[in-house]
Design a protein around this ligand. Structure first.
Ligand SMILES: [Zn+2]
Length: 325
């Protein structure tokens, strides 16, 4: 009986201890003015593995070694120009600000060196009290609207999403820290490493569906598109001229895994399936562009169909049309 009582007391104390440090922090709103899963998506999560192996909170691969934040991506640089607001995840006081770093899409080692010491690009750090901070990175050049010392509410516009600093795609990176330790908002203070943990300690004020693999976009082109071209907003054509060298149906996806199976199909304007093939991915890619096509081009409406399979599970499928004139 005595043993049982002391056990209960221990449990209660342990519980209150972890709750109080977490409760002292207001729940986080998402740091971007968009509908996650519709017009923006989470591209990378916090790396929860101290070794060079990179693992996200869902035990997936959608992170990289020492990635300290959550990356909310938008479609391309055209969306950057139209403007998507970066929002304060909670109320607090602005600690530090940087602006004036150009928006670029970094895709080589040489380009990486040009942003050394300012990888965050245009950024903001907010102090939320009791040792809590949030940091926002890669904002659009010239868009930062707050200054150090300013008191701000949750949801205050801090600036616009961009691709300044070490960014290969347009997004806002959010780092959460408590007592200078990086905290994964999906795990909270109770879960600082490892994966497959209890999500009841999530810091988000809404439930965000874990989607480690998804479609970014698809379309047609005359030449193979690069990731950087797609992120910059090229290849949105719905019409192509007949005199192109090849008609390529392309798909841009995130979080594809080794041994995923792609099923490609291309149907000509006469309804003939001119291409029907499967491709097994040789390795995992956090961001992936695949394409398939034909050189025998005729005028009319072509249809591309793509499916991504993992074992016997269809992860996503997409159909796209293009008119060849
Ligand atoms: Zn990031």
């Amino acid at each position: 009986m005595i043993v049982l009582t002391s056990l209960v007391v221990t449990l209660v104390v342990g519980c209150v201890g972890s709750l109080s440090s977490q409760d002292s922090f207001p729940k986080l709103g998402i740091p971007i003015d968009c509908n996650v899963g519709k017009d923006c998506f989470i591209m990378h999560y916090v790396d929860r593995e101290p070794t060079p192996e990179a693992v996200d909170f869902g035990c997936g691969r959608q992170t990289y070694d020492e990635h300290k934040g959550t990356d909310f991506a938008i479609s391309d640089l055209k969306a950057v120009q139209e403007g998507v607001s970066v929002l304060a995840a909670a109320e607090g006081t602005v600690l530090r600000v940087r602006d004036g770093v150009p928006d670029e899409l970094i895709d080589s080692v040489e380009e990486r060196q040009t942003v050394a010491e300012r990888e965050c690009g245009n950024g903001i750090v907010i102090d939320h009290g009791k040792g809590w901070e949030t940091q926002y990175c890669h904002l659009r050049n010239g868009s930062v609207t707050v200054k150090p010392g300013m008191k701000i509410d949750k949801g205050t516009v801090l600036g616009m999403v961009g691709s300044s600093g070490l960014a290969s795609f347009p997004h806002v990176h959010l780092t959460v820290r408590h007592q200078q330790t990086v905290i994964d908002p999906f795990g909270g203070v109770a879960n600082t490493s490892g994966c497959d943990m209890d999500q009841k300690n999530s810091l988000w004020d809404e439930s965000l569906t874990y989607t480690p693999t998804g479609l970014i976009r698809a379309g047609f082109a005359a030449t193979p598109p690069t990731q950087t071209e797609l992120w910059s907003g090229k290849y949105k054509d719905t019409q192509l001229p007949k005199n192109i060298p090849a008609l390529l149906f392309w798909v841009h996806a995130y979080g594809v895994l080794q041994e995923d199976v792609e099923k490609w199909q291309l149907t000509s304007p006469t309804g003939e399936i001119v291409l029907n093939l499967e491709n097994i991915l040789d390795k995992s890619y956090r961001s992936w562009v695949g394409y398939s096509g034909t050189r025998k081009i005729m005028s009319g409406i072509w249809q591309g169909k793509y499916e991504l399979w993992r074992g016997n599970k269809l992860i996503f499928e997409i159909k796209r049309d293009v008119t060849v004139l």
